[in-house]
Design a protein around this ligand. Structure first.
Ligand SMILES: [Zn+2]
Length: 405
């Protein structure tokens, strides 16, 4: 049954999607959108202004329902309004990749897709998507869960190849990959009118400009728009670009204590403190919340060769963290009371690229929010980071000579 539905969906997806070349966005009709409990499960209905290619699947650990749509504009659709069925814990929606958006429902148990279809009204062209979910035994759910492998869906070069790149010697332009945290369906922290994903994209662009102006840098952003990029993909981009340095930018909200001021995180198996462990876990969970299948992701880097590379990379990452702390202090920028911390952030797991995560400030702090809002303050921050990277680059190249001797 499920297989037949999937085949039908694939037919719709392949036929309608590519052939007609959808122009414009389908809008969500909130009145025709609901999630309701049924006798043996749940029913999800989504009203759209026009028919679009779509696909549906479930993921396990924890159980989730994932719907992907081509060209759907979620603005105006409030997840809080449709999050009312007993079987659903939460609903998220937003941009997933160029031209595609995603809706994720956290399920309260093993609900498998029993039936799914999209009907388009002849006169108005409006579409109604219906997904019927049925409560099934957990083993059955686990057996059918998983993202269908669709041709053309995987991004080129997804996944990591075991390749070790040569260490920078201070001669060629330094390739810096800047990673604006979160994006698309994953907004990150939200406080007042500030949204972490937007703020970090803005700041990433400003930092790219500052580095470009300074000269001697080649800068690549892991995302250039409000799009979801998985953590694994961010790491893969750093590899494909041949990055000498990977810098992930964040401005999270912390409920624990009164965190404020810039904080630089490096990778470690055991976190430096509880707040850092929680922060890393929250970031790593973002992929799961966005409907990424994490099964087997860790195998990608679980390799002896990679561990050896990390032994050389880790001290270099710690050096860049110290350089950032110094650079920010020299410019009089506010630092956290413990500015250097570590935890198991998945995005920092490149074995051969020094990687750090910078919390530029915390959106939970009023003072940090005022700073982050201020373009002049951000320009000073971008300048300080540029100077720190320049200083690190020289010292790092000198240490490379020492390592060789
Ligand atoms: Zn963040």
């Amino acid at each position: 049954m499920i297989r037949a539905i999937l085949a039908l969906i694939l037919a719709i997806w392949a036929g309608a999607g590519i052939a007609q070349g959808f122009s414009g966005l389908a809008r969500v009709n909130p009145e025709a959108t609901r999630l309701s409990d049924t006798r043996d499960g749940m029913r999800l209905e989504i009203g759209l202004s026009q028919g679009v290619p779509w696909r549906v699947f479930t993921l396990d650990g924890p159980p989730r329902l994932v719907l992907d749509f081509r060209e759907v504009d979620w603005r105006g659709a409030d997840p809080a309004l449709i999050d009312w069925a007993e079987g659903a814990k939460a609903v998220r929606m937003g941009a997933f990749r160029p031209g595609w958006s995603r809706l994720v429902v956290d399920l309260n148990g093993p609900f498998a897709v029993a039936e799914a279809d999209m009907r388009v009204e002849e006169t108005s062209g409006a579409a109604r998507l219906r997904v019927d979910l049925q409560k099934v035994p957990a083993e059955r759910f686990a057996a059918v869960a998983g993202a269908p492998a669709l041709p053309g869906w995987a991004l080129p070069g997804e996944g990591l190849k075991a390749q070790i790149r040569p260490r920078q010697r201070g001669e060629a332009p330094l390739v810096v990959v800047i990673d604006p945290g979160h994006g698309g369906i994953d907004p990150g922290a939200e406080q007042e009118e500030l949204v972490e994903k937007d703020l970090m994209l803005t700041f990433a662009r400003e930092l790219k400009d500052a580095l470009t102006r300074a000269g001697g840098f080649e800068v690549v952003l892991t995302r250039e728009a409000d799009l979801f990029v998985s953590l694994e993909r961010r790491v893969a981009i750093a590899h494909q670009t041949g990055a000498d340095l990977f810098l992930s930018l964040h401005a999270d909200a912390l409920s624990e204590g009164r965190a404020h001021g810039a904080t630089v995180y490096t990778l470690s198996d055991s976190a430096s403190d509880e707040a850092s462990a929680a922060l890393a876990e929250r970031h790593n969970r973002a992929d799961m919340l966005a409907g990424i299948d994490l099964t087997g992701v860790d195998d990608v880097v679980a390799d002896v060769l990679m561990d050896l590379a990390r032994q050389e990379t880790q001290p270099r990452a710690e050096e860049i963290a110290r350089a950032l702390k110094l650079g920010l202090a020299e410019r009089g920028l506010p630092l956290n009371s413990r500015p250097l911390r570590s935890a198991g952030f998945s995005v920092l797991k490149s074995p051969d690229i020094p990687s750090v995560l910078l919390e530029v400030g915390f959106l939970s702090s009023r003072r940090d929010r005022e700073n982050l809002r201020d373009p002049a303050w951000r320009a000073t921050m971008a300048q300080a980071i540029t100077e720190a990277i320049s200083a690190w680059r020289i010292a790092d190249a000198a240490r490379a000579d020492l390592v060789r001797q």
